[in-house]
Design a protein around this ligand. Structure first.
Ligand code: GLN
Length: 535
């Protein structure tokens, strides 16, 4: 039988509930328990795949090709496990199942209702993870308490506590304790109201985590505890940190894992986290600095590039090199010269993306990186654009393009392939999830990975056109990673360049704090060298 922890949030969104959940999961895992996380998203989309990154942030892709909430990325990184579509459930999926069941006549003439049908389906999704052998299921409920959409999820959690008992189901509530500068005071009122709201629907929190800019005073902690009906030690403070991987340590120092385990009647087994502390300390001891330029479309919203930023964080700690990330609007490169905007870059990254806007600017940035031997790393769209740049400017294929941007291009070096192998499964036309690639010996890719066969996650519609493989290879482009049947190009690189690599997949999804992704690590090292640091 599993134990269940439900995590809710109050006052405002974007408090870092996902990171708090992941950090709790980390500590419980390090205490020896099999922790399986679950994110409930109360919106009615079936998955975030069709939402704009401006709305939703990054779409995180799992091995099984599910398009999920970016919190799954945090869970994978903190817990060092690979998740699947079972670990992210949206209200859209719940309603979809209910309506399908209803049409199939599964409700035997009954009126279909929020309680019990919807709540039963929500509980069923939680219990699937119990079947998978979880000691502890960590279920984070998206949104803020008080939202109309999240009510059925909270109600299902309440029911589960009733069914499984007080010692088997607990509630952790995360709120904001704002600091009012003018008054020089921390304010507990929003937290009080948020807890009131929870209790109104029958949920008494067992632990309260308070996000605040400054440490909670004893007075404030006492007040929060009193109004939340909790012992003082169950009020945990989560002060802002400069590196999210410090949060588990912050929680540990306040005994959060112990409080949870005791409350759930689970043995408090010894914990070891020296490796994690070393990882965090290494980040704090970065000395040399490099400048990474990221050309993108969603430059205003860093959440769109969450996993990429985290992969660089892992690499920074690993190399002890500080990577200053500079986001550059690709459209600006179209207007101004690349020299003007890119001359201080020690490396250029073109990340994934969809749609035409800014692509010519990105192509110019790639040309600049190629010609000036600036370390370059292209991810998904970035790899496709590097192919286009090479085709146009080196192979002389005038107006080469992707059919995504120019359906009438005379040289469709990137295009949609007939889906004979039926790899673009599940409704969409995208290739999603983990695929194996074989690397060419003697290539940069092979040196980076140190092995011949790799598996990486994809999310794209267009592919390198096999009709141009030979043409571009003859002109010197190195196709260093191919699908096992040799039909799909997964990695391209250049010969006479210190570090130029484009990958059709998204390596950022598989980087973990203690096992940073080698393409990122080697890219950071190449930037260091380009910057002129001595060995
Ligand atoms: N737009 C491109 C495609 O669909 C690239 C997608 C991406 O970068 N994820 O293939």
């Amino acid at each position: 039988m599993s134990k269940f922890i439900f995590i809710t949030g109050g006052v405002v969104s974007a408090l870092g509930k996902g990171i708090a959940t992941a950090s709790m999961g980390f500590l419980l895992k390090r205490r020896g328990y099999n922790v399986i996380p679950l994110k409930f998203d109360p919106y009615l989309n079936v998955d975030p795949g069709t939402m704009s990154p401006f709305q939703h942030g990054e779409v995180f892709v799992t091995d099984d090709g599910a398009e999920t909430d970016l919190d799954l990325g945090h869970y994978e990184r903190f817990l060092d496990i690979s998740l699947s579509r079972k670990n992210n459930v949206t209200a859209g999926q719940i309603y979809y199942t209910i309506i399908e069941n209803e049409r199939e006549g599964k409700y035997l003439g009954k009126t279909v209702q929020v309680v019990p049908h919807l709540t039963d389906e929500i509980k069923r999704r939680v219990l699937l993870l119990e079947e998978d052998g979880a000691d502890v299921v960590l279920a984070e409920i998206g949104g803020t308490v008080g939202d109309i959409e999240s009510l059925p999820f909270l109600e299902a959690a309440r029911q589960l506590r009733l069914e499984r008992g007080f010692d088997n189901v607990i509630f952790v509530h995360l709120t904001l304790v704002p600091y009012i500068k003018a008054a020089g005071e921390l304010k507990t009122k929003p937290t009080q109201h948020s807890v009131m709201k929870l209790r109104e629907i029958g949920l008494q929190p067992d632990v309260l985590i308070s996000r605040s800019e400054i440490p909670l005073t004893e007075d404030v902690r006492r007040k929060i505890a009193l109004f939340s009906n909790l012992p003082e030690r169950n009020v945990i403070e989560a002060q802002d940190v400069d590196f999210i991987y410090k949060i588990p340590i912050v929680f540990y120092n306040q005994g959060l894992d112990r409080i949870i385990l005791e409350r759930l009647n689970l043995a408090v087994m010894p914990i070891k986290m020296d490796d994690w502390i070393d990882f965090v300390n290494a980040y704090d001891s970065r000395k040399e600095e490099v400048t990474l330029c990221i050309t993108g479309k969603y430059v205003e919203l860093r959440d769109s590039y969450k996993s990429i930023i985290e992969a660089f964080n892992h690499a920074q700690s690993h190399t002890k090199i500080k990577v200053n990330m500079k986001f550059i609007d690709a459209e600006e490169i179209e207007e101004k010269s690349p020299q003007m905007l890119l001359s201080d870059c020690d490396g250029i990254l073109v990340p994934g993306g969809f749609g035409k806007r800014g692509i010519e600017g990105k192509i110019r940035a790639i040309q600049y990186a190629r010609e000036n031997k600036v370390p370059f790393f292209g991810i998904c769209l970035g790899m496709q654009l590097a192919t286009i740049e090479y085709a146009r400017n080196v192979a002389g294929l005038d107006r080469a393009n992707s059919t995504e941007f120019d359906p009438d291009t005379p040289h469709p070096v990137i295009t949609i392939l007939p889906d004979k192998a039926n790899i673009r499964k599940l409704g969409g036309t995208l290739r999603k999830g983990a695929y194996v690639a074989k690397l060419k010996e003697d290539s940069l890719a092979y040196r980076i990975y140190g092995k011949e066969e790799i598996s990486e996650r994809h999310r794209h519609r267009y592919e390198f056109n096999p009709g141009y493989m030979k043409i571009l290879e003859d002109k010197g482009l190195v196709l260093s990673g191919l699908s096992p049947d040799k039909k799909l190009v997964e990695i391209i690189e250049l010969k006479d360049h210190p570090y130029f690599i484009g990958v059709q997949f998204h390596p950022e999804f598989k980087s973990r704090p203690l096992s940073p992704h080698p393409i990122f690590v080697e890219f950071v090292k190449a930037m260091r060298k380009y910057h002129g640091y001595k060995d």
